[in-house]
Design a protein around this ligand. Structure first.
Ligand code: HEM
Length: 409
């Protein structure tokens, strides 16, 4: 069986770093293929894209997640010993613990707090940066929701800023990365101590809260998690919720660019789906082949590093009509298939690595849309609304600033 075509440039590290959201799509288009070989940091790597490739990535018999994400990024973003690096039964058991937090009532309670926190903050300011206000409102709401409600106001906002450093700078280089690494160590120690304090009766947490659940959970071996790993799982819940602030910023960016004001729950849902499709947070999902794997009539050798191109899959012309057009109506009466768009992974929540917080993300985005599309009148003025995709995650150049005009009429 033939191998996938190779890039002419022997190593893609520099072009991929320069354009993490466009490199794979551009290269695949130029080679006329959905799968190609190259090298990253001199080691062989395969990029692929599309729903079929996404489905393949979730085949546990063929791919493993162990060591899939470069250590320097994974250790800051995920920490050590968490659900992301587990496979098989160990993964399923840990994932079920995290999914047990996602009951409709608990998700609605959090969305309600975020909606109120945002509305209050918007009422207090007139000129503001959406991402920062959303981060502060979400951090305070989420800490309360997770059983850490003793942290409020400035203390909660400080924790939110620290957590945003983990996903905001994990992939950066130099001193910014080193600072994120230090922050990770501090947050790991803090989370482990909160778990220990609860176990030793020095603190309390409401039943069913993320702190109570991660501290008390017993794995298939009947043992509780060591405090460091329970803390990593607690942060696995807190950190990405704060990250939703970036998608709130992108929601407002999309509202500003399109001038749309989705008014019904259904319109808000399709608008949020289209934002998640066209404003991906992560550029790739990584895995390794266990043995030789055939894809699109080509063979990948065993122990290959593979990277699923997230924007390339979210805009694959085989799945999406007029793929680059922002058009929420494409989702009217048409739910995306489990692998059609992968901004938070794809497939099954329970058995695969698909994001544990996808339903919650959607609820938080709907709450934010209610505020920005319905409750509050604002203007983005004449600022530059260009997005920069050179960083991971992408950003609105200079931040998404708005001027609040008052309550919506
Ligand atoms: C900005 C919003 C978010 C984005 C862009 C995002 C994205 C992702 C992605 C791409 C994955 C990996 C999928 C894979 O490897 O197959 C993932 C996994 C995960 N996400 Fe999210 N996520 C977000 C919000 C959340 C929230 C709110 C939570 C809260 C519980 C969460 C918890 C997790 C966990 C625990 C995993 C690991 C799942 C596993 O390995 O089985 N995420 N997320």
């Amino acid at each position: 069986m033939q191998q996938p075509p190779a890039t002419t440039l022997p190593d893609a590290t520099i072009p991929f770093r320069r354009d993490p959201y466009g490199y794979a799509r551009r290269t695949a288009d130029a080679l006329g293929t959905d799968v190609f070989r190259t090298r990253l940091m001199l080691r062989p790597a395969v990029f692929f894209r599309g729903a079929e490739a996404a489905e393949l990535l979730y085949d546990e018999q063929k791919f493993t997640r162990a060591d899939a994400v470069p250590g320097r990024i994974g250790s800051v973003l995920f920490g050590k010993g968490g659900v992301q690096g587990l496979d098989g039964d160990a993964h399923r058991a840990r994932k079920a613990m995290l999914m047990s937090l996602m009951t409709p009532q608990r998700m609605e309670a959090l969305a309600g707090r975020v909606r109120e926190g945002l509305t209050e903050r918007l009422a207090r300011a007139d000129d503001l940066c959406v991402g920062e206000v959303a981060r502060d409102a979400i951090a305070e709401a989420v800490l309360h929701w997770a059983g850490l409600g003793d942290l409020t106001g400035e203390a909660a906002e400080k924790k939110g800023r620290e957590m945003s450093r983990l996903f905001g700078h994990a992939a950066d280089a130099g001193p910014v990365h080193l600072r994120a690494r230090q922050t990770r160590r501090r947050l790991d120690a803090w989370a482990a101590e909160r778990v220990t304090a609860l176990r030793e009766g020095r603190a309390a947490a409401p039943e069913g809260s993320a702190l109570a659940v991660t501290a008390a959970w017993r794995g298939p071996d009947g043992e509780v998690l060591v405090p460091e790993v329970a803390g990593v799982e607690l942060l696995n819940v807190l950190r990405p919720m704060v990250a939703v602030a970036l998608w709130v910023e992108f929601l407002v960016h999309a509202l500003a660019v399109t001038g749309a004001r989705p008014a019904t729950e259904g319109e808000r849902r399709t608008f949020a789906l289209e934002v998640r499709r066209l404003y991906p947070f992560f550029p790739v999902l990584g895995a390794r082949t266990r043995g030789p794997v055939s894809v699109g009539g080509m063979e990948l050798p065993g122990d290959s590093r593979v990277l699923l191109d997230v924007p390339g899959t979210n805009t694959h012309p085989g799945t999406w009509r007029d793929p680059d057009r922002f058009d929420p109506s494409r989702f009217e009466g048409a739910e995306p298939g489990p692998f059609d768009m992968v901004p938070q992974g794809g497939g099954d929540f329970g058995t695969g690595h698909r994001c544990a917080g996808e339903w919650l993300t959607e609820r938080l985005m709907l709450a934010a849309l209610e505020v920005f599309a319905d409750r509050v009148a604002w203007t983005a003025g004449t600022q530059d609304l260009d997005l920069t995709h050179a960083a991971v995650p992408p950003r609105v150049r200079g931040g998404m600033r708005i001027r609040v005009l008052g309550a919506a009429a």
